[in-house]
Design a protein around this ligand. Structure first.
Ligand code: NAP
Length: 258
């Protein structure tokens, strides 16, 4: 653990943190000193590796503070309970990473209604529910940062994974509008998407029929480092934007070196 990280004293709720990008972001926030609620459904090992308890234990083994909390982002009562338990445990929440997501990389005629609805329920309604639950806590702080994880696929209209990418387009519209709703609160509201593909447990399954070239993958830690940058700043600096991991890291290094 770093002695005095940029997120010392901050309290984060990371939705979808049992594996993949959410886990990497949870580790990165904790290494910068934030107390991190590791929220997802998996409490026991299943088909995909990773649980809220294993991620929280890894954070604690590095000297960080974690709180494993069961949460299904499609279930209003589950979300409200998980957020309330976290606020009680940490004495507040001032960082949200709405990362929980499901991927479906198929064209329309290969998309059953239940897949379309799952994309919308987890990826779009889930972001709304966790955001609405965290907002009253975020407002109690002088500053806060809300981050929703989206995808470059939103702009890839020439390709065909439209159920998944439409749900993420909805998130980008929601968060850019929410930034305006919250402009008097000094709450930063931004989307963060991987610039390239991230090798995760979920991606390995979703993309098993695709042949993705090695140079299309970004380093595992890029999203975590980018999330730290967004979490550490406030609405006076960046709000209502869609950021891309590698671009944000490059710009920030440029600014630091300028
Ligand atoms: P992943 O390995 O499948 O992890 C998904 C996470 O979301 C897990 O922690 C899972 O936890 C959680 N989740 C799914 N449904 C949930 C629910 N109903 N309630 C609570 N948590 C739920 O996927 P990933 O690749 O890390 O993707 C993470 C995010 O990045 C997603 O929003 C995805 O769309 C986005 N993204 C990924 C890539 C990529 O290249 N990997 C690219 C662009 C965007 P439980 O199963 O334990 O609930």
């Amino acid at each position: 653990m770093m002695a005095a990280g940029s997120l010392e004293g901050r309290r984060a709720f990371v939705a979808g943190a049992s594996r993949g990008i959410g886990r990497n972001i949870a580790y990165a926030l904790a290494r910068e000193g934030a107390a991190v609620a590791v929220a997802a459904r998996s409490t026991r090992e299943g088909k995909l590796a990773g649980t809220i308890h294993s991620v929280a234990a890894n954070i604690e083994s590095e000297g960080g503070r974690a709180f494993a909390v069961e949460c299904d982002v499609t279930d209003e009562a589950s979300v409200e309970a998980a957020v309330d338990r976290t606020a009680h445990e940490f004495g507040g929440i001032d960082i949200l990473v709405a990362n929980a997501g499901v991927m479906w990389l198929k064209p329309t005629l290969d998309t059953p209604l239940k897949r379309w609805e799952l994309c919308m329920r987890v990826n779009l309604t889930g972001v709304f529910l966790v955001t609405r639950a965290v907002l009253p806590h975020a407002r109690k702080n002088a500053t806060a940062s809300l981050i929703a994880v989206t995808t470059t696929g939103v702009g890839m209209t020439e390709l065909g994974s439209n159920a998944y990418w439409t749900s993420k387009a909805g998130v980008e519209r929601y968060y850019t509008g929410l930034a305006t709703e919250l402009e008097r609160d000094n709450i930063a509201v931004n989307c963060l998407a991987p610039k390239k593909v991230v090798r995760t447990e979920g991606m390995e399954v979703a993309a098993r029929d695709l042949d993705i070239p090695a140079d299309m993958f970004e380093p595992d830690e890029a999203m975590g480092r980018a999330a730290v940058i967004l979490a550490a700043q406030d609405a006076s600096s960046m709000t209502g934007t869609v950021q891309y991991s590698l671009d944000l890291l490059e710009q920030t290094m440029d600014r630091a070196g300028a």
